[in-house]
Design a protein around this ligand. Structure first.
Ligand code: GAR
Length: 210
């Protein structure tokens, strides 16, 4: 089975969707460890409750990004993962880190990339008057939220939405997206090919819809 390490920074609801899918037999992976850069977050409790090793690596204890990422690599590689999953991990990663895990590093981002890279995506989608919004799964490269996207879910922006209602609508789709994307990766159906993605051997021209 594919060994997976999940990186989080907080609530861990996406992590929970992966733990549930793995426990339910719908996700053929072995989640070996969950690592948080923030101490005391709910996602660590979720990992422990599922019997998964939960590790805190507080970025504030390191002199800089290079030092933190080197410690993070060491903590991850103890588990010899075939895939590293960013699930609400809110730290920018160094190019060295991204290169080390090239082709086996996934992120979920709460927008229809390439729209709204970075933070506050729901607020920005509302401010721009978007009628559609959503979430994306992509391979991670050194470019922030810039790696190749292969799966997206769309939701409508509804009259009266605020950032909270819109985020909740997107999150519900996130919880469907990530288990599917990781199952595809585990089955060898999806792989990074430079700045593109192959699905069942064919280069994708556009992200697949959920
Ligand atoms: C999710 O909406 C995820 O897409 C987003 O943070 C949230 C984490 O929620 N990630 C990013 O913004 C990455 N830049 P969770 O902790 O409940 O999974």
């Amino acid at each position: 089975r594919l060994r997976v390490v999940v990186l989080i920074s907080g609530r861990g609801s996406n992590l929970q969707s992966l733990l549930d899918a793995a426990a339910g037999g719908g996700l053929p992976v072995d989640i070996r460890a969950v690592i948080s850069n923030r101490p005391g977050v709910q996602g660590l409790e979720r990992a422990r409750a599922a019997g998964v090793e939960a590790v805190t690596l507080d970025h504030r204890a390191y002199a800089g990004r290079e030092d933190f990422d080197a410690a993070l690599i060491a903590a991850i590689d103890r588990h010899e993962p075939g895939l590293v999953v960013l699930a609400g991990f809110m730290r920018i990663l160094t190019p060295a880190f991204c290169a080390h895990y090239a082709g086996r590093l996934l992120n979920i981002h709460p927008s229809l990339l390439p729209k709204f890279r970075g933070v506050h995506t729901h607020e920005r989608a509302l401010a721009e008057g978007e009628t559609e919004h959503g979430a994306s799964i992509h391979f991670v490269t050194a470019e922030l939220d810039g790696g190749p996207v292969f799966l997206q879910a769309r939701v409508p922006v509804l009259p009266g939405d605020d950032a909270g209602t819109l985020a909740a609508r997107v999150l519900e789709q996130e919880h469907r997206l990530y288990p599917l994307a990781i199952r595809w990766f585990a089955e060898g159906r999806v792989r990074q090919d430079g700045d593109r993605v192959r699905f069942d051997g064919a280069l994708l021209d556009a992200p697949l819809p959920l």
